[in-house]
Write a protein that binds this ligand. Structure first.
Ligand SMILES: Cc1cc2nc3c(=O)[nH]c(=O)nc-3n(C[C@H](O)[C@H](O)[C@H](O)COP(=O)(O)OP(=O)(O)OC[C@H]3O[C@@H](n4cnc5c(N)ncnc54)[C@H](O)[C@@H]3O)c2cc1C
Length: 433
């Protein structure tokens, strides 16, 4: 995960997780496959211009973008349904979409630039265009302003350089959820429980405690009930559609919630003996652009897990985490473990010279790994708003709005919690029980 959001910083501090935060080794070394081989991505725009990663034409297009995209030009093209591909092609051309944007969106959301909505998938960049016209000068100016605001116009005297970028925890991401559940306590948390029914009733005498929740716990079929002041719903929207919700005793039908399209992904974990990997690469991992399927590569990308975190595998093996499927190849995501092992082995042979069979294979299939922020995603956001407007004290959070990542999910949860507090404050008897 990353900690670009202030809510994440706050959570890590509050949970006392700083000591367990684990930053990957050489995380700036990231690769993209080109002509069937991994090529290191230049780590900043100047290095990109100096490198041979893009053609001269694309480099010129990047250099000239601030001049071509003045604020006044942009008003002509603001289409809220514009795809990610359309947006970046306007600014930087086709090659940038094919070799930078396509692998990036596949690696972070399993989506493809044509299907993804720009204003929902990259709201910050969408707004930058609105404000500045040019993405490059907009990003530059916003960074400058943020820096100035942070230091209050003064130079940072602490000189404390914080590590940045992606990170995990000693013990893996599970450490975060384990720590959270320990902090909340077993009594407050109902793990392995499925919410079945929610009902809101307006009790004049007690403005709080209006939500009654029925849930089945610990795999038993017996349903239990409990009352709450408010509800923050973080289940995927398609699961919310299955719930029974009542309002003042009447059914609250959820048919207005549109069906969200989900992208399936298989995650395949393999290890290879170090001696059998002829061109191991140090760094974060490699992403595969869709175009590289013509060079025989079928996976979406691979994380070099044990290169980043050597404690994750015995010292004589390399451990890799490979992703297959997404909107590029929905069918392949569903393939059997054996078929996926062959596909991954073939890609890793081509990319890293991994010879022979993996010494260990594990496989997870996520049938609904990511909601697709498609070009009609406005209807999803509007339906979420309608649900919240019509159900007092009901708030929806999670990765169906505001971004797809652990950090964004945390931020969304924190924002919902703030709304709950305001809601309870504004109710006549503002007791936070
Ligand atoms: C393969 C894969 C790799 C990823 N890698 C990264 C990464 O490297 N970095 C990153 O930042 N993000 C990554 N993500 C994305 C990240 O995992 C999600 O954005 C994040 O988990 C979203 O959190 P959430 O709480 O919104 O939803 P979820 O994590 O989907 O949680 C929703 C929960 O609701 C539960 N639920 C559903 N219905 C009910 C019900 N009726 N009652 C009770 N519970 C219910 C579900 O069981 C589920 O546990 C990855 C996702 C996948 C699939």
């Amino acid at each position: 995960m990353t900690e670009s959001e202030p809510e994440v910083k706050c959570l890590l501090d509050e949970l006392g997780l700083r000591e367990k935060q684990q930053f990957p080794i050489s995380q700036n070394k990231r690769y993209i496959a080109r002509n069937g081989k991994p090529v290191m991505i230049p780590s900043n725009p100047i290095a990109l211009i100096k490198s041979n990663f893009l053609s001269t034409q694309s480099k010129f297009q990047i250099l000239l973008e601030p001049f071509f995209w003045k604020k006044s030009d942009f008003s002509k093209v603001s289409d809220p349904q514009e795809s990610v591909a359309g947006f970046f092609q306007r600014h930087f051309g086709k090659e940038v979409v094919e070799y930078l944007i396509d692998p990036f969106v596949a690696g972070t959301s399993a989506g493809d630039p044509e299907s993804l909505s720009m204003c929902h998938a990259f709201p910050d960049l969408w707004n930058l265009e609105k404000r500045f016209g040019s993405i490059i000068s907009g990003a530059f100016q916003s960074k400058l302003t943020a820096k100035r605001e942070k230091s209050g116009g003064k130079k940072d005297s602490t000189n404390k350089k914080q590590q940045r970028g992606s990170f995990s925890f000693l013990g893996g991401m599970q450490t975060l959820t384990d720590t959270l559940s320990k902090e909340l306590g077993k009594d407050a948390l109902k793990l392995q429980s499925k919410v079945l029914e929610l009902s809101w009733s307006c009790n004049e005498n007690s403005p709080t405690d209006n939500w009654s929740i029925a849930y089945a716990s610990n795999h038993t079929n017996n349903s239990e009930e409990q009352s709450f002041d408010a509800v923050v719903m973080t289940a995927p929207l398609n699961d919310v559609r299955e719930l029974k919700i009542t309002k003042r005793g009447n059914p609250f039908p959820l048919e207005f919630l549109p069906e969200v399209s989900y992208l399936p992904v298989s995650v395949i974990i393999t290890t290879f003996k170090k001696v059998n990997v002829k061109q191991p690469l140090e760094g974060f991992g490699v992403l595969i652009p869709s175009k590289e399927q013509q060079n025989g590569l079928k996976t979406l990308g691979t994380l070099f897990s044990s290169m980043m975190f050597p404690d994750r595998a015995p010292s004589d093996v390399y451990l890799y985490t490979t992703f297959v499927g997404g909107s590029r190849n929905r069918e392949l995501a569903k393939a059997s473990k054996d078929d996926l092992k062959q596909i991954v082995t073939s890609d890793l042979r081509q990319l890293l010279g991994a010879e022979g069979e993996p010494t260990f294979v594990n496989h997870f299939y996520w049938s609904k790994a990511f909601p697709l922020y498609g070009r009609n995603y406005d209807s999803v956001i509007k339906a979420i708003e309608k649900m919240q407007e019509n159900l007092p004290g009901f708030f929806y959070a999670g990765n169906h709005k505001g971004g797809l990542s652990v950090g964004k999910a945390i931020t969304s949860g924190c924002k919902a919690a703030d709304l709950v507090i305001s809601y309870l404050d504004s109710s006549s008897d503002n007791k936070l029980l």
